[in-house]
Design a protein around this ligand. Structure first.
Ligand SMILES: *[C@@H]1O[C@H](CO)[C@@H](O)[C@H](O)[C@H]1NC(C)=O
Length: 351
C-alpha cells in the first residue's frame, strides 16, 4: 500500500527533474533545528573538525559555493522552504553574511554532528541541542527589536519549525562505546532520546512555537560508511541499525500523538522518510540513480568532511547518479526527492 504510494510518487517526480510546487507562503518563515541533515553552515563558525565549507562540497550549489552544507548542493530544508513559497535556501544563524532581516523569513540553528543526547555533541565539539535553543531565544529578542513585539510574535507563532536529529546519537555515540560502557540497552536509550525530543518540543512550545515537523530516522544501517564495515560480507546494510531506526520511529510517532494531545494548539507532524529512503535504496534505478552502495566523494567508502576534499582523485563527476554524496550524507538529488515527498505527504496542512 505504502509501497504503491511511494512508487506512484516516484513516477511523477523522479523521472522528470524534481519539481517542487510553488505555493503562496502560508507560513512566514522556516526555522530549523537539528544535525548535519539540516545544518546550512553553523559549524563553519565553531571550533570542530566536522566541517564542509570547502570544495568539492557545494560544487552544485546555487552559486557553486561550499557553504558548510554536507552535500554537493542544497539540503532538504532549502527545498522545503522553496516549496512553502519562501526563499530557496535557509541561512545559518551564525553566518556573519546574514542578519535579522534575512532570518525573519527563515533561519537555521542546526549543527552537524549533534544529537539529542548532550554526550553526542561532545564527541566532535559541536553545538548541543540546548545551545541551539539558546540561540533561538536570542533570535526572538533580535526579531522583536527589528519588527516590534506584535509582528515578531506572529512570526514566532505562525512559522514552521523543522527538527531533524537522532542518527548521530546511535552512530557517533551509542554504538561507538564498548558494550560494557553502555549505560542503557538500545531500547532504554531510544526511550531516553525520545524523552529529550519531547522536552525540546515543550521548550519551543513554551517559547511560542506551534507548527512543527519532527523528522524520523532513515535506515542508517545503509549509509556507505556503515556498509564499509561489512566490506568482507558483501557490503550489506547493517540490519540491526535499520531495525533500531524503525523502532525509534514507531516510538517517536507515539510521542508525537501524545504531545499533540497534551499541548493546546500544537500542530506537530511526524515526518518519516524511512520508507521512501528504503524504496530509493532498493530501487535506485527507478529514481535515476546508478550507485547506492558507495558515495560520490572520494572512493565513496569512508570519506566525509576533511577527507572529502578536492585533491581526492576518485570523486565522481556526476553526483546526480549517486544516492550519497559523502559516506554519511545524501546528494542534492536525494535531498530534493525526500523534501518533495515530505512537502506533499507530511507538510500539506501548512501550505
Ligand atoms: C544537557 O545539558 C544542559 C546544559 O548543561 C542541561 O540543562 C540539560 O538538562 C542536559 N540534558 C540532559 C538530558 O541531561
Amino acid at each position: 500500500m505504502l509501497r504503491n504510494r511511494v512508487l506512484a510518487f516516484l513516477v511523477l517526480t523522479a523521472q522528470l527533474l524534481v519539481m517542487i510546487p510553488e505555493t503562496g507562503a502560508k507560513v512566514p518563515a522556516l526555522i530549523v533545528f537539528g544535525d548535519s541533515t539540516v545544518d546550512s553552515g553553523n559549524n563553519n563558525q565553531i571550533s570542530t573538525v566536522l566541517k564542509s565549507n570547502f570544495q568539492p562540497y557545494g560544487r552544485d550549489y546555487l552559486d557553486g559555493k561550499a557553504t558548510g552544507r554536507f552535500s554537493n548542493g542544497r539540503i532538504a530544508p532549502d527545498f522545503i522552504s522553496e516549496g512553502l513559497g519562501l526563499k530557496n535556501a535557509v541561512p545559518a544563524y551564525l553566518d556573519p553574511e546574514y542578519n535579522i532581516v534575512d532570518f525573519a523569513t527563515g533561519v537555521c540553528f542546526a549543527s552537524a554532528g549533534t544529537g539529542l543526547d548532550n554526550a553526542t555533541s561532545a564527541v566532535l565539539s559541536v553545538m548541543p541541542l540546548w545551545k541551539e535553543v539558546e540561540y533561538y531565544k536570542e533570535y526572538q529578542t533580535r526579531l522583536r527589536s527589528y519588527l516590534g513585539e506584535e509582528k515578531a510574535n506572529e512570526i514566532i507563532k505562525e512559522s514552521l519549525y523543522l527538527i531533524s536529529i537522532g542518527t548521530n546519537d546511535f552512530l557517533e555515540n551509542y554504538y561507538l562505546l564498548p558494550r560494557k560502557l553502555r549505560k542503557y540497552s538500545v531500547s532504554e536509550y531510544q526511550n531516553f532520546l525520545i524523552g529529550i525530543a519531547g522536552d525540546f518540543v515543550k521548550d519551543i512550545y513554551r517559547l511560542g512555537a506551534r507548527k512543527m515537523s519532527l523528522s524520523g530516522l532513515s535506515p542508517f544501517g545503509c549509509l556507505p560508511l556503515e556498509r564499509t564495515t561489512q566490506i568482507f560480507y558483501g557490503s550489506k546494510c547493517i540490519q540491526e541499525y535499520n531495525n533500531v531506526a524503525r523502532d525509534f520511529n514507531t516510538k517517536m510517532n507515539e510521542k508525537v500523538s501524545k504531545l499533540n494531545r497534551e499541548l493546546d494548539g500544537l500542530q506537530l507532524v511526524f515526518s518519516n522518510p524511512y520508507d521512501l529512503v528504503s524504496e530509493i535504496l532498493n530501487h535506485p534505478e527507478a529514481f535515476g540513480f546508478q550507485n547506492v552502495r558507495s558515495a560520490c566523494c572520494g572512493t565513496g567508502y569512508y570519506e566525509m568532511s576533511y577527507l572529502c576534499d578536492k585533491m581526492n582523485p576518485f570523486t565522481c563527476s556526476d553526483a546526480s547518479k549517486y544516492v550519497f554524496w559523502d559516506s554519511f550524507h545524501p546528494t542534492e538529488k536525494t535531498n530534493a526527492i525526500v523534501a518533495s515527498h515530505i512537502l506533499k505527504y507530511d507538510l500539506s496542512r501548512f501550505q
